[in-house]
Ligand binder design. Structure first.
Ligand code: NAP
Length: 332
């Protein structure tokens, strides 16, 4: 069995959960022993995979038609991976897949529609391929007014719950790969999550809605989901990590500006271009140094110890898993 460099490795006794009962905020990840890269803020995804041969690997990317998902698909397909690219409509998925060099399979995955997620997972299963890299990438940010899906606030639903269901349904395919990697797009926006972290008594958003607080909650959920996956699959070949790509000039801001990003708009200070923004997720998905690294959070192609009380909260991560399981039980 492979030994993973994860927080479990640095915890000398007991499980993370039992220690979490001693310290209510869980166990901080010790990142000091983790491999570091020379990559940084300006590294591009293409640079990250320049010397990596992905022939024979299967990658699944949600949100393949735009921004970071498109660039991730593009560079990994160019290095020989077979990329299953999902988008909200088959037209978008086909157009994106057809525009990159390499082997791709377009599929529909509308993350607001649990039946559609099931159908997508069945189509992936029908391909009968192990999934080496599973990139939970699609997302929305800062809807100005409360919107709900099945009574749940929409950002939590799309960003977390839809990916939770898709991932759970396809975990056997990830486990079937020799060393399946799950990479979940979180965000430094986790810092804007509510004081409680995840407001389980307000998943509808009806008690109190704020566009960026709800986005923060969903991105905290992404990181905690990845952390809990790492804990649950620590004794398998599967790893799971989460990333913040940086502030990247994509369409993500469409709900803030009311329109897609103008490609001619100058890059704002502190922002990355899309090819730079995709570097961290592609690095975590492909770099051989991270083969055994699981349960961590990355920025600028390196592990980072996230701040605040919630990103290490294993009890919260477990509760999120259980509540998500209840909310999707009929579809699992
Ligand atoms: N850009 C940043 O600064 C930044 C920072 C931190 C984290 N992130 C994270 O990075 C990820 C990628 O974002 P991006 O910047 O590349 O944004 P983007 O260009 O807007 O791409 C988002 C993707 O998600 C898809 N999507 C939206 N709603 C969906 C739904 N209901 N079902 C399925 N797919 C859906 C979009 O499809 P449509 O095009 O059809 O809407 C699009 O393909 C997100 O998870 C985001 O939270 C981005």
């Amino acid at each position: 069995m492979r030994k993973k460099i994860s927080r479990r490795t640095v915890i000398q006794s007991g499980s993370a959960l039992s220690l979490a009962t001693l310290w209510p905020f869980g166990v901080r990840a010790d990142i000091s022993g983790l491999p570091r890269s020379d990559y940084g803020f300006a590294t591009t995804a293409e640079e990250v995979v320049a010397d990596i041969d992905l022939s024979g690997k299967t990658v699944l990317v949600t949100g393949c038609n735009s921004g970071l998902g498109y660039e991730s698909m593009r560079v990994m397909a160019a290095r020989g991976a077979h990329v299953i690219g999902t988008a909200r409509t088959i037209e978008k998925a086909e157009k994106a897949c057809a525009s990159v060099t390499g082997k791709t399979t377009p599929l529909v995955c509308e993350l607001t529609d649990l039946d559609n997620i099931v159908a997508c997972s069945q189509q992936v299963q029908a391909l009968d391929l192990p999934i080496d890299i599973f990139l939970c990438n699609a997302g929305i940010m800062a809807l100005p007014k409360l919107e709900q899906v099945n009574g749940i606030e929409k950002q939590f639903f799309v960003n977390h719950l839809g990916h939770y269901l898709l991932t759970r349904r396809l975990l056997p395919q990830v486990e079937a790969a020799p060393a399946g990697r799950i990479v979940v797009l979180s965000s430094i926006g986790y810092r804007n999550a509510p004081k409680a972290g995840i407001e389980f008594d307000n998943l509808s958003g009806e008690n109190d809605y704020s566009p960026f607080r709800s986005y923060g909650q969903s991105k905290l959920a992404n990181a905690l989901f990845s952390r809990e996956l790492a804990r649950r699959y620590a004794d398998t070949g599967v790893t799971s990590n989460s990333v913040h790509p940086g502030y990247v000039a994509t369409n993500l801001g469409r709900y803030v500006t009311g329109k897609p990003r103008d490609p001619n708009e100058p890059l704002r200070k502190g922002f990355k271009t899309v090819d730079q923004g995709a570097a961290t997720q592609v690095y975590v998905a492909t770099d051989s140094r991270l083969a055994d690294v699981s349960g961590h959070y990355f920025e600028d192609c390196n592990p980072v110890e996230p701040g605040g009380p919630h990103m290490h909260d294993d009890a919260l991560a477990l509760k999120l898993w259980q509540v998500s399981e209840e909310l999707t039980a009929a579809y699992l």
